[in-house]
Write a protein that binds this ligand. Structure first.
Ligand code: 5GP
Length: 189
């Protein structure tokens, strides 16, 4: 997706050989026009998949997932990382180790919003080692939902998240795939 790649080249900051910062349009400030384009692209790629719901993780998955849900006309559910007073039981949960925060947390979704009749598109902002996506896969499996695929805004192709998902027979669609972040530069696949 050329507009996304241009944005990454213009505004992305390479923090190390494995971490890219995109706070100016995805992880802190959000570019709504770009998110709309992202929503249209995912909607086109999964148009024949019979998707009934989009499932993502708070917080950075919410903007691209919501725009995709708007274009597809389906609800968007985000897994919460902390249990709140209003989300205490009746949950599907999974443990996720965060690549950027280096900590393990439990993600949860209420059983009210996903069930065995659903065909879900799982989405996230980044795909690195696949832990967040695999947590969503586990939750969808617990609910008995069918997984149409995983939609990722930025995949770091030099990490193994995509192969882990594909080994399990899961379709992965990434809008920008980064080959390397060496010498402070973003190289796309
Ligand atoms: P994974 O679970 O695939 O190892 O990592 C994906 C999660 O970690 C995403 O939800 C994202 O928030 C975060 N993440 C992984 N790599 C990066 C990165 O290079 N930059 C940013 N901003 N977030 C990342």
């Amino acid at each position: 997706m050329d507009i996304l790649k241009k944005k990454i080249l213009d505004e992305g900051k390479v923090l190390s050989e494995s971490v890219l910062k995109v706070d100016s349009f995805l992880n802190h400030q959000i570019d709504p026009v770009l998110m709309k384009n992202i929503g249209e692209e995912f909607s086109a790629r999964f148009k024949d998949a019979g998707i009934t719901k989009i499932v993502t993780i708070e917080s950075s998955g919410i903007a691209p997932a919501t725009m995709t849900g708007l274009v597809m006309g389906v609800p968007v559910i985000f897994a919460r990382k902390r249990r709140s007073l209003t989300l205490v039981d009746h949950l599907y949960s999974a443990e996720v180790h965060s690549f950027t925060k280096k900590e393990t947390s439990e993600i949860s979704i209420s059983k009210d919003y996903i069930n065995g009749d659903d065909v879900v598109l799982l989405m996230d902002d980044f795909l690195a080692n696949g832990q967040a996506a695999l947590g969503l896969v586990s939750i969808a499996e617990q609910a008995g939902a069918q997984i149409a695929g995983v939609g990722i805004v930025i995949e770091k192709g030099f990490q193994n998240g995509s192969s882990q998902l594909q080994e399990r027979g899961i379709r992965v669609e990434s809008l920008a795939i980064i080959k390397s972040l060496t010498d402070g530069k973003v190289n796309f696949k």
